[in-house]
Design a protein around this ligand. Structure first.
Ligand SMILES: O=C(O)CCC(=O)C(=O)O
Ligand SMILES: [Fe+2]
Length: 419
């Protein structure tokens, strides 16, 4: 067969494959039953404490690829969960108080962040830190400074290994914050995430995908606050892993995260202006994650997910969220006015130095006093590539006449012509 016959054959086979896939989708059409099974069996969950790190990493990465998420159970030892949960609740109050202080001060007398930074503790009683990017205003400190016990676990070797496998070897934690979901109160105030008037129903959602796939980009059309969003349709690559560290048990009645398995590969988006999806309504096949306190939910930022807007359990849902990115993602280049967002909140040098060594590697970019050079595995790759290049030039020097056929085995296939 010549090339155009082969292209025609490939096109026919691709058509057939698509038809077969469509038939398969129809045969599998009962997505509700499939995800009910997934929710019941927790086939997305793996135990950090019992099988080898390599197995957990392999299983976690496969689950992330197939479903768009996984859970690593038993990351924080049960004996420490309660005390870390209390620490996070106290941190949440301190952070909220500080943010309110910053908001009030910035709102008054047209003051700016640099002035506040100069006078901060003495007169203003707020905490601000200089950021790495020259010319950008200071921000509140990274929330990790309020959670020293939690900081001991954040660079957990299993969790970090899953992230390295999926993203790259040099990682940066670009955002970190507590995420508390209130429960129903005796006075009748309904629990759940978001505005009180929207809470309380088990069939309400707030579907979204996360930065850098958050279509409204935090700041919508405000250039001072828009942090950027990848253009639709999203390329099929994982650019950010969202981690939700549960510090209370979660299930269908206590703030388990909603997710649509497989949605990370879908070209539509719940907030997509032309995608025909209602952000507040259930989607067939959606499910809530169940996990015990001390577990970590990890998802591709493209997964369609939502915080629970009902929580009748009688317990607050306490969690810490972080967003992990490969070194190559532009995590903090925009939104100069985003002083209230959670993007790359900075660390003072002493705060950075107080972090565990493994965590320093993930947060060094947040400390303007540290040079954030590329880390060893990335350097090793470049070193190996340089050696290989040098080897090629040695061949040229030693055997120039033998090179004409040296790459004869390398054939780069070309796609079919569009005509
Ligand atoms: O609260 C949850 O379970 C989900 C949190 C979430 O969607 C986020 O922080 O991006
Ligand atoms: Fe989210």
């Amino acid at each position: 067969m010549n090339i155009s016959e082969l292209h025609a054959k490939a096109a026919r086979l691709e058509r057939e494959l698509q038809e077969t896939r469509d038939l398969l989708t129809q045969a599998n059409h009962d997505v509700e039953a499939i995800t009910a099974d997934l929710a019941r069996t927790r086939a997305y969950a793996f135990n950090a404490a019992t099988i080898s790190v390599e197995d957990v990493v392999e299983d976690g990465a496969n689950s992330l690829s197939r479903y768009g998420f996984c859970v690593i159970d038993n990351v924080i030892p049960t004996s420490q969960v309660d005390s870390i949960c209390k620490e996070v609740l106290a941190a949440q109050s301190a952070i909220a108080k500080n943010m309110q202080g910053v908001r009030d001060l910035l709102g008054s007398e047209g003051r700016n962040g640099w002035e506040l930074l100069k006078n901060q503790t003495a007169t203003n009683k707020v905490e601000l830190r200089p950021v790495r990017r020259a010319g950008y205003p200071p921000k509140p400190p990274n929330d990790i400074v309020w959670m020293p016990q939690y900081a001991q676990h954040l660079a957990n070797p299993v969790v970090t290994a899953v992230a390295r496998r999926v993203l790259d070897d040099h990682l940066r934690i670009a955002q970190l914050h507590p995420r508390i979901i209130a429960t129903d109160k005796p006075d009748g105030t309904l629990g759940g995430f978001g505005a009180v008037e929207h809470r309380g129903r088990a069939d309400t959602r707030e579907w979204h995908t996360d930065w850098p796939h958050d279509l409204s980009a935090y700041g919508r059309d405000n250039p001072d606050e828009n942090v950027g969003c990848i253009r639709q349709p999203f390329p099929d690559i994982t650019m950010c892993l969202v981690m939700i560290w549960y510090l209370t048990d979660v299930d269908e009645n206590s703030g388990g995260t909603w997710v649509v398995p497989g949605s990370h590969k879908d070209k539509r988006n719940p907030r997509g202006p032309s995608d025909g999806i209602t952000v507040t309504a259930p989607i067939p096949g959606d499910m809530q994650v169940t996990a015990q306190a001390g577990s970590v939910y990890i998802q591709d930022s493209r997964s369609w997910h939502a915080s629970a807007m009902h929580n009748p359990s009688g317990r607050e849902r306490v969690a810490v969220v972080n967003r992990w990115c490969p070194w190559w993602l532009s995590v903090d280049d925009y939104a100069p006015g985003g002083i209230h967002n959670t993007v790359c909140r900075p660390l003072a040098h002493s705060e950075y130095l107080a972090l565990p060594a493994d965590l320093q590697l993930l947060m060094r970019h947040l400390c303007p006093d540290e040079q954030d050079t590329l880390q060893q595995p990335v350097l090793d790759r470049a070193g190996a590539a340089a050696l290989r290049t040098r080897w090629g030039f040695r061949q040229l020097k030693e055997n120039p006449d033998g090179l004409a056929q040296a790459n004869a085995h390398v054939r780069v296939p070309l796609g079919p012509s569009k005509n």
